[in-house]
Design a protein around this ligand. Structure first.
Ligand SMILES: Cc1cc2nc3c(=O)[nH]c(=O)nc-3n(C[C@H](O)[C@H](O)[C@H](O)COP(=O)(O)O)c2cc1C
Length: 174
């Protein structure tokens, strides 16, 4: 699948089949996350990879009502920022770097025929704290997002958003 096709046809998938995701594909997805740009190449993220269904249920509980897709997912990745590695003058770039890693993983999965949905964790302090407790995260490791993955068992109907919005674009001047 070429990159433009993957970007333009990606949709959030919230229902998954029981087909397992191979370890090779998990590795490819993680490598895609690690391939993104990061502020001063700080690579200030970590990936907590979960396939155990019991742990996926606990992650769903911790993230609240909008995390239901995790319950049927074959794989959940809790993407975390690593403040030990963040750019000292502006550590908040960890949030940008984490977002890029998350989207790279989603697009890599799309290319592999694997569906996914982004489940927001940061900046919801309750969700962040519960994920921290669930995994006993070190203090400098900050929960950013969970991506739920699996082979699609649904095809979202219709576009989620317009392909082109004229009023969002300003050429040369505002
Ligand atoms: C930061 C962020 C947080 C999100 N959190 C959730 C979530 O908690 N639960 C969920 O089902 N979808 C979540 N989504 C997915 C959005 O609802 C979805 O991307 C949006 O409705 C557009 O649909 P599409 O992804 O199919 O294009 C999140 C997306 C982003 C970028």
């Amino acid at each position: 699948m070429d990159i433009i096709t993957a970007i333009m046809n990606r949709r959030s998938i919230r229902k998954f089949t029981e087909q397992e995701i191979s370890d090779a594909d998990v590795t490819t997805i993680l490598k895609a996350g690690m391939a993104g740009p990061s502020c001063v190449n700080s690579r200030d993220w970590s990936f907590l990879v979960v396939k155990d269904p019991n742990t996926l249920q606990k992650m769903a509980d911790a993230n609240g009502q909008y995390a239901q897709p995790l319950r049927g997912a074959r794989l959940g990745i809790l993407l975390c920022g690593d403040l030990n590695r963040a750019f000292p003058p502006a550590k908040d770039y960890w949030i940008v770097d984490g977002s890029i890693a998350a989207q790279n993983m989603i697009l890599a999965a799309k290319g592999l025929g694997i569906g996914s949905v982004w489940l927001g964790t940061w900046p919801e302090s309750g969700r962040m704290e519960k994920q921290r407790q669930l995994f006993s995260l070190p203090e400098e490791i900050i929960p950013h997002s969970i991506i739920a993955f699996g082979y699609p068992a649904e095809e979202p109907k219709g576009p989620a958003h317009p392909e082109w919005e004229e009023d969002r674009v300003h050429f040369e001047k505002w």
